[in-house]
Design a protein around this ligand. Structure first.
Ligand code: SF4
Ligand code: SF4
Length: 81
């Protein structure tokens, strides 16, 4: 399940360098996560780095992007051949 960033984002930028897949970027008003690149940190870390560092808890799992752990692992391998 890819993560998304909620409207509570204060655009502090803390999450962007933490993502192992460069899935996070600055959007027009808040930071955004590219669901094609987010692996929920599967393949790199034990927990979701963006959620770990966000000071306002605005990095959350996106129920619109349900994926199994196997799919997330495959995505990670595609992104890091
Ligand atoms: S959960 Fe991990 S892979 Fe997904 S956006 Fe956050 S830091 Fe990047
Ligand atoms: S760490 Fe949280 S508040 Fe800061 S830019 Fe990322 S999502 Fe927004």
């Amino acid at each position: 399940m890819a993560y998304k960033i909620t409207e509570d984002c204060i655009s502090c930028g803390a999450c962007e360098p933490e993502c192992p897949n460069e899935a996070i970027s600055e959007g027009e008003t808040i930071y955004v996560i590219d669901p094609d690149k987010c692996t929920e940190c599967v393949g790199a870390y034990e927990s979701s780095r963006c959620a770990d560092v966000c000071p306002v808890d605005s990095c959350v799992a996106d129920p619109d992007h349900k994926e199994s752990r196997e799919q997330l692992q495959e995505k990670y391998q595609r992104l890091h051949p």
